[in-house]
Design a protein around this ligand. Sequence first.
Ligand code: ZN
Length: 552
Amino acid sequence: MGGLSLLLPALLAAPPVQAPAPAQVHARTPDGRAVVLRLQFKKGLSLEARHLPKAFLGPGARPQGWLSFDQLSPAGKRWALAAFFPKDRWHRDGVRHVVAYPELESVWTIAALFTGHGQNYDRLMAENPDLPEKLRAGDVWQIPRPLLSVDLGGQSREPDRSQPEDGLDDEARVAAYRALLTYGEDAQGKYAAYHLRKGEALYSSVVMRYTDRVDPKAVNDLAEEIARRSGIEDLHGIQPGQLVKIPIAVLADPFQPEGTAALAEEREVRAEVRRTARVEAGPKLQGVRIVLDAGHGGVDIGAQANGIWESDFVYDITMRVRRLLEEETDAQVSSTIRYPGIGFRTREIIRTPSRAADILTDPPFANDGERPNAVSVHLRWVLANELFTNFLRHKGDPKKTLFISFHADSLHPSSRGTMVYVPGAALVPSHFALASNRAGRVAEMRRFSRVSFTPQQKLRGEARSRQFSEVLLGALQRANIPVHRNRPIRNVVIRNGAKWVPAVIRYSLGATKVLVEVANLTNEDDAANLRDPAFRERYAAAVVSAIRAYYR
Ligand SMILES: [Zn+2]
């Protein structure tokens, strides 16, 4: 079980926000010209292009500025790696790579450079079972020839993890996953049996798909528990066809056995989704009331990994969504939170965490840590509910109210892409009152700190939010933005054994309300995307096109 449990310390340690300095190497091309090569933290290898021979340039690459490793020809890649890592040994059976820059290299980086794709990092770890995932200077990583990229004389390609269900909509996909299970009972109790398919791993294709656990520690713990229960001794040596027994108690609602209350509730929601007619507003989103929330902010920077952190990056996406909605539509748009130093501006470069943020209540509530952060989480829905109530009072259509909260998560590093949370009807309470002494002077608290929901409202809230999520994921995929592989729409969070729905969507009076986990910060490709302002703009544009498609 080494590989999986070894991942954990690296994941749980908060990585520094300050990136280590890049490493530079001066080398000479075969025709004697001087070239600088540079390895940057989480950005990979790049080369000064001016003096590179034509034969080293990949298709479309021009000999100017800095070229990334990917823009080189096969001969250029081979030369660049040998020049940057002179201690490496290239031989007929593969490469012995000596770690030279433990602060800048990672298993992911080595996989990206030598095998052509970072997602091969688990194969690389399986080839080097005795090495720790946290690199040390002088460690020798064996990269057998077949695992080298095609450009470097191997056969490696981006691992194909596609499954037949990938193209289906959420309901059909969940039904197809369910059809792969059979139910049984042994001395240890009731279980659902699953046979792993080619390319499937226990933590992703079983735990992340069939249970509601997504937190990396919980996923790894449960993967190990399921492995033990199924008599699997080596998590890395699992073959296709392996029988896996998943205890009934940990299955998500859609996979519970026939006759259970959980499955009946799931089917009721699905029926409601099919019954629910979509609301039309036209491409200009006439008469649509939108409240945008950016998660965390101020003293709370949220999740962090790979040199970036959640708050500022999701704030920037939110500001881009806001700007596009204002420029291109007639929707009424409000924000719940504002960074005073930045306002509602978008930013190309985000260098350090912003340390001030105000929830836009009356008066603004600073997220400065003097008052518990939990209060600011609640004030977001209190404020949104005031905005929605005022909209209804001015004859707004209650069906045209939309609440979106943007976040980013830190899951297992192999998962990537967007995941969307909707308010599971079973987890929305009938009544809730926020204790008023916690937010003292905030005017909205007096009238909007209590909510109540009828069973029909809870069901409709989940159904509409699921419809929107489906449209959103479609728009993201059309824009080539990664979407989570296993059940990207979720209606429950499990943490420390407790089931809940995030408060901002649980208590929202919006007809449609979702919490979007834009990307997985612990995945290096996702982190690189978030760092890229062009990606954040593309993401925001996809969100806006989804909102338009949702209201036709
Ligand atoms: Zn968050």
